[in-house]
Design a protein around this ligand. Structure first.
Ligand SMILES: NC(=O)c1ccc[n+]([C@@H]2O[C@H](COP(=O)([O-])OP(=O)(O)OC[C@H]3O[C@@H](n4cnc5c(N)ncnc54)[C@H](O)[C@@H]3O)[C@@H](O)[C@H]2O)c1
Length: 337
C-alpha cells in the first residue's frame, strides 16, 4: 500500500472514457441499482452507449425517470430494493451488478436514520443474498469516503483508519463489510469503490459536491459566494464521468474482495474553488466569509494509486475542465467560458 505525501497530484495524461477500453461490458447484461440517480444515470447511459443491456431498479426516492434515455436495451423496475420480493429474478442472465441505490447524506441520516439503515444495509444484504444464488461475474458496490471520518493523514489510502461520524457513514461502511464478507463466505465476486466528492450533471443538492452547485447557482443569480470558515477546507472533487470510468474498470478488472479509493487524485480548497469559478464564468461576484459550520470535514483527498495500478484508472478531467463542462451545459445562454 503506498504511503502518501501531500499535496498529491495525479501524473500522466488526462484521458476521456474510451469505449474500446471496456470491451467486456459491450454486449453484456447489467443490473444497476439506483440507476435513476445522479451517478447511476450517468453509469446507465455509458453502459447503453457501450452496447450493454441494462436493468435499473430504483424507487425514485431521489432519482428521476427523465435522467434516463428511452432505449429498447433498458428495463426499468420501479421498486424498493429493501422490499422487492424477487431480486433474484432481476439477476437472471446478468453478468455485472452495480449497487448504487442508497439514501445519501450524513445530515439526512441523522433525521431519517431508520430509512438509511433499511435501504443502505438491509437493501444491500438482500441484494448480496440474491447475488449469491446467481451466476454474476462481478458486483461493484458504491462505497464512500465518508467511512473514514476526519482524516488523520492525506491523501487517504485504502487502509486509512475508518471512523464513521454519521449513520450514513456507518451504513455505507456496514454494507461494504457485508460485501467483503459475502465474497469470503459465499463467493460473491464483490468489489468496493469508495468515491470522494463527486460532481457533475444532473446537478443535485448533495452534501458531497453541494458547494459547487450552490456556488454555480449564486453566480447564475448574481449573488455573492459564501464561504464558511477560512475556506481552507480541502476536498477531492471528482467528475462523474471519471467515476463512471472507475465503475466500468472495477467491473472488468477489480479483484473480488478488493477496495479502491476513487477520486481525482488532486485537491482543491473551497477558497480555490470559488476562485476557479469566478475566473471561468467571468462573472464579477464577490466572496463573503461566514462562521465555520461544526461537523464539516476539514480535509479529504483520495490516494488513488491502487486504483491506477490495479484497475488502470486515470482521471480524465481536471477540476477546471469538469466545471467548465457543467457550467456550459447548465448555463448555455450565459457568459461563454
Ligand atoms: N455523490 C457522491 O459524491 C457520492 C460519494 C460517495 C459515495 N456515493 C454513493 O454513490 C451512490 C449513488 O449516489 P448519488 O450521488 O448518485 O445519489 P442519488 O441520491 O442521486 O442516487 C441514489 C439512487 O438510489 C435510489 N434509491 C434510494 N433508495 C432506494 C431504495 N430503497 N430502493 C431503490 N432505489 C433507491 C434513489 O431514488 C436514487 O435514484 C450511493 O450509494 C452513494 O452512497 C456518492
Amino acid at each position: 500500500m503506498p504511503s502518501g505525501s501531500f499535496p498529491y497530484t495525479v501524473r500522466g495524461p488526462l484521458r476521456p472514457l474510451n469505449r474500446t477500453n471496456h470491451s467486456a461490458l459491450a454486449g453484456s447484461t447489467c443490473l444497476v441499482t439506483g440507476g435513476c440517480g445522479f451517478i447511476g444515470s450517468n453509469l446507465t447511459r455509458s453502459l447503453l452507449d457501450l452496447g450493454a443491456r441494462v436493468t435499473v431498479i430504483d424507487n425514485l426516492a431521489t432519482g428521476r425517470l427523465e435522467h434516463l434515455p428511452s432505449s429498447d436495451a433498458l428495463t426499468l423496475v420501479q421498486a424498493d430494493i429493501a422490499e422487492y420480493p424477487n431480486l433474484e429474478s432481476l439477476l437472471s442472465g446478468v453478468a455485472y451488478v452495480f449497487h448504487l441505490a442508497a439514501q445519501v447524506g450524513n445530515v439526512k441520516s441523522m433525521q431519517h436514520t431508520e430509512s438509511d439503515a433499511r435501504t443502505n444495509v438491509l437493501g444491500a444484504v438482500r441484494l448480496y443474498q440474491a447475488c449469491r444464488r446467481s451466476a454474476i461475474r462481478k458486483l461493484v458496490y458504491a462505497s464512500s469516503s465518508a467511512i473514514f471520518g476526519e482524516a488523520e493523514t492525506i491523501p487517504i489510502a485504502e487502509n486509512h483508519p475508518q471512523r464513521p461520524a454519521s449513520f450514513y457513514a456507518l451504513s455505507k461502511q456496514t454494507a461494504e463489510q457485508y460485501a467483503l464478507l459475502a465474497q469470503t463466505l459465499w463467493g460473491v465476486p464483490a468489489v468496493c469503490t469508495r468515491f470522494f466528492n463527486v460532481y457533475g450533471t444532473p446537478m443535485e443538492k448533495s452534501e458531497y459536491s453541494g458547494v459547487i452547485n450552490i456556488f454555480m447557482e449564486a453566480l447564475a443569480q448574481g449573488r455573492p459566494l459564501i464561504i464558511y470558515g477560512d475556506g481552507d477546507q480541502i476536498r477531492d472533487f471528482v467528475y462523474v464521468k471519471d467515476i463512471v470510468q472507475a465503475l466500468l474498470l472495477a467491473a472488468e478488472k477489480g479483484g473480488p474482495g478488493s477496495v479502491y479509493n476513487i477520486g481525482s487524485g488532486s485537491t482543491c480548497s473551497i477558497r480555490e474553488l470559488a476562485g476557479i469559478l469566478l475566473e471561468l464564468t467571468a462573472i464579477p461576484s464577490e466572496i463573503r466569509y461566514a462562521p465555520f459550520r461544526a461537523g464539516e470535514v476539514l480535509r479529504s483527498a483520495a490516494d488513488i494509486r491502487v486504483a491506477q495500478e490495479k484497475l488502470g484508472y486515470q482521471p480524465g478531467y481536471s477540476l477546471s475542465d469538469g466545471l467548465r463542462e457543467i457550467w456550459a451545459s447548465t448555463n448555455a445562454d450565459r457568459t461563454p467560458v
